[in-house]
Design a protein around this ligand. Structure first.
Ligand code: URA
Length: 209
């Protein structure tokens, strides 16, 4: 079963509180999403493989470690996931970025993929999907399914706030996927927004409402 990692670091918790504030404006909201994404990414990359090398310092030869092996791709779910890309690429500048767009068909309620553009070598990369809000989990499950269909073997899902329903949806459909989040909220309202949450993360990042 993919583990649920709640990043309860005081800086993450403090910044999530500021994110929740309905008086936080677009500029600050965007900066906070990026900063929180960076902190959560720090934990989500904790198991990156290392190899030992020798490096000459001005004084001696040091046996030291560098990241080696599998490469990373970040996959933002459009559009709110884009808000996390600055933060995660600050930590892993060499990572490639794939994009996936999913909407919910208003009649069937089924998630529909309307856009997918991945790095050519995506099957050889470890993928971290990013979306600030894991609500019903439908988009997350569809994004993971898409990546698996392209041959991706190691997938993690990173969000800032999750609901119990979203976590359950991923665990049921894709039990191998580890989830990284800042906090788990109570649940969803009838419009599938996380309660208490932050409202519509996309609108708050892009200032569309
Ligand atoms: N998407 C959002 O932006 N907010 C929610 O609460 C749920 C999904």
């Amino acid at each position: 079963m993919g583990e649920l990692h709640i990043i309860d670091h005081p800086l993450v918790q403090h910044k999530i509180s500021l994110l929740r504030d309905k008086n936080t404006g677009t500029k600050e909201f965007r900066e906070l999403v990026s900063e929180i994404a960076m902190f959560i990414c720090y934990e989500a990359t904790r198991d990156l493989p290392l190899k030992e090398i020798e490096m000459e310092t001005p004084l001696a030869v040091a046996k030291t470690k560098i990241i080696s092996g599998r490469k990373l791709a970040f996959i933002p779910i459009l559009r709110a996931g884009l808000g996390m890309i600055d933060g995660v690429t600050t930590l892993v500048p060499a990572a490639k970025i794939g994009h996936i767009g999913i909407f919910r068909d208003p009649n069937s309620k089924v998630p529909v993929k309307y856009y997918s553009k991945m790095p050519e070598d995506i099957a050889e990369r470890d993928a971290i999907i990013v979306d600030p809000m894991l609500a019903t989990g439908n988009s997350a499950v569809a994004a993971i399914t898409e990546l698996k269909s392209l041959g991706v073997k190691h997938i993690k899902f990173m969000c800032i706030i999750c609901s119990p329903q979203g976590v359950e949806a991923i665990r049921t459909a894709h039990p191998d996927v580890e989830i990284y989040t800042g906090v788990m909220d109570k649940g969803l309202n009838e419009d599938h927004y996380i309660i208490p949450g932050v409202g519509d993360a996309g609108d708050r990042i892009f200032g569309t409402k």
